[in-house]
Design a protein around this ligand. Structure first.
Ligand SMILES: Nc1nc2c(ncn2[C@@H]2O[C@H](COP(=O)(O)OP(=O)(O)O)[C@@H](O)[C@H]2O)c(=O)[nH]1
Ligand SMILES: [Mg+2]
Length: 301
């Protein structure tokens, strides 16, 4: 599906957004097994990428040296984020870079990164340092304890947001409430379904055809994955220091679209089930009616 040469860009997978269950063994036989593949989606993050890569490397080298990979998936940013990242590869051998030209969007970028990943644990973190890198180790611990999904949450234990105004808080909570109304069984499973900072076990989403719309990759994973045990850790969502948010009203519309898609995707089986029960009941009534009719016909005519 993809090929990597030292210092070269990863090949962008095409076709369905489907993560393979088994990783093709393109790694040298003596190279250590990758446990964690962390995708960093980027668009116009050239000022943030050196810092986030450096901090993540420091943390992960201390915890799981050589057993992780960092995959930057950039959408051909005009500030050449992908090139900045690519130039760091000699100093950071666990780093790989993908640059997409034909596709755009946060959620699909994450899945394209997971498609080329080698780890049994797949993760995602923003590039802009709004997700504190230290929380990563707590997420990893949850996964090591057996979670299928570990979510960094702003609404769990010591979690929160730094300097959000009332409007932003209302919009965020409003979006969550709307999601809970449309898809209670999906969004109700975690305290912060809007989180973009989490890890998932490969086998929980492998071979599923994912169809996210927009920004909220976590609800896609929750909606279509086989997720049994969910772990949560609290975190404070930092303010951005460099660059700017790409969120506009378009992302709210896309979020609604995504919720409705997932709602519809989860209906057919129930409809088929109710439909089958309804149809058999109707047939049964019809059979009984003809039985009763023939009984009267045979006995009382
Ligand atoms: N590849 C890719 N990354 C994106 C896109 N939009 C946002 N990102 C990245 O996703 C992360 C979160 O985006 P951001 O705009 O900061 O969202 P916010 O924190 O909710 O305001 C950052 O690392 C962005 O660079 C996109 O269209 N493609
Ligand atoms: Mg951000």
């Amino acid at each position: 599906m993809s090929a990597t040469k030292p210092n070269s860009l990863l090949t962008v997978p095409t076709g369905l957004l489907q993560v393979p269950a088994v990783v093709k063994n393109t790694i040298k036989p003596d190279s250590p097994e990758i446990k964690l593949s962390l995708v960093i989606p980027t668009f116009k993050e050239s000022k943030n990428i050196p810092k986030i890569v450096q901090r993540l490397t420091q943390l992960l080298d201390a915890k799981i040296p050589d057993a992780y990979e960092l995959i930057v998936v950039d959408d051909n940013s005009p500030d050449l984020t992908w090139e900045t990242a690519q130039n760091m590869i000699p100093e950071y051998p666990q780093l790989q870079v993908m640059c997409r030209e034909k596709e755009r969007g946060l959620s699909t970028a994450v899945i394209r990164g997971w498609q080329v990943a080698k780890g049994e644990i797949l993760g995602v973190i923003d590039a802009d340092l709004q997700h504190p890198p230290e929380t990563l180790l707590k997420l990893l611990t949850k996964m090591e304890q057996g979670a299928d999904l570990a979510v960094a949450s702003r609404h769990f234990e010591e979690g929160g947001v730094s300097e959000w105004n009332i409007m932003r808080r209302l919009l965020s909570r409003g979006a969550q409430v709307l999601g809970l109304i449309i898809l209670p069984g999906v969004l109700g499973r975690v305290s912060d379904p809007m989180s973009g900072y989490f890890m998932v076990r490969r086998k929980a989403i492998a071979e599923k055809i994912l169809r996210p719309v927009g920004y909220k990759i976590l609800i896609e994973v929750l909606g279509r994955g086989n997720i049994h045990w969910v772990g949560e850790v609290g975190y404070i969502f930092n303010e951005r220091i460099e660059g700017e948010s790409k969120v506009t009203w378009k992302q709210y519309i896309e979020y609604l679209h995504h919720l409705l898609n997932l709602r519809l995707a989860r209906w057919p089986s129930r409809f088929i089930c109710f439909g089958t029960v309804g149809l058999s009941a109707a047939l049964e009534v019809r059979n009984r009616k003809s039985e009763v009719r023939s009984f009267f016909y045979d006995n009382f005519r």
